[in-house]
Design a protein around this ligand. Structure first.
Ligand SMILES: [Zn+2]
Length: 187
């Protein structure tokens, strides 16, 4: 942990990073990913310079989803997520003419869904706390990757055919996703 004045910043050294990157996740300390060769003095300088920006991000992090009122236990929520995700995936895979091997529900910190080349679809259990159309979009998005494994124009055209209003759901994830990803149930 790095300290800049009174603010705690988690420092991650990366062999691959070409330049530094600063993130301010909900409910966690700010995180600086720094190239291996970045000196302590340079880190201090960047953090001092970026401090107003970090504070601005924090000010914007006003809870709007009412998650603090929920009494959710993680295992229950995972079961709920698995049921919903599986129901959508089964129905849509058939419609899209794709097949997957299995569904994994995980506790990813940054991701909503992913699709492995072997056909395993992984989803964040927090999707169960999002509007159903958002969960539906994330599942359909990953199923579309079974047909087109990248984010090319062809991929988005395919997504658009399946879910003409996909942009609304992506917008919801941009707007509320960081708050939802920061949610940690008590258990
Ligand atoms: Zn994707």
């Amino acid at each position: 942990m790095w300290h800049v004045m009174d603010a705690r910043v988690e420092l991650r050294r990366s062999a691959r990073a070409r330049r530094w990157r600063l993130e301010v996740p909900w409910g966690g300390p700010a995180r600086l990913t720094a190239p291996k060769w970045m000196s302590g003095a340079e880190i201090d300088r960047v953090l001092a310079e970026m401090r107003p920006w970090v504070e601005e991000q924090r000010r914007k992090q006003v809870p709007r989803l009412g998650l603090e009122l929920l009494s959710v236990c993680r295992s229950e929520a995972c079961t709920g997520a698995r049921e919903l995700v599986s129901a959508v995936a089964e129905e849509e895979a058939e419609r899209l003419g794709v097949s997957y091997r299995r569904i994994r529900i995980g506790d990813q910190r940054t991701l909503w869904g992913s699709c492995s080349p072997s056909g395993t679809l992984s989803f964040n259990w927090r999707l169960v706390l999002a509007p159903l159309e958002v969960l539906d979009y994330v599942v359909v998005h990953e199923l579309c990757h079974l047909r087109v494994p990248n984010h090319s124009d062809r991929f988005w055209t395919f997504v658009e055919q399946c879910r003409p209003h996909w942009r609304d759901q992506r917008e919801w994830l941009r707007e509320f996703g960081p708050e939802l990803l920061g949610f940690r149930p008590a258990d």
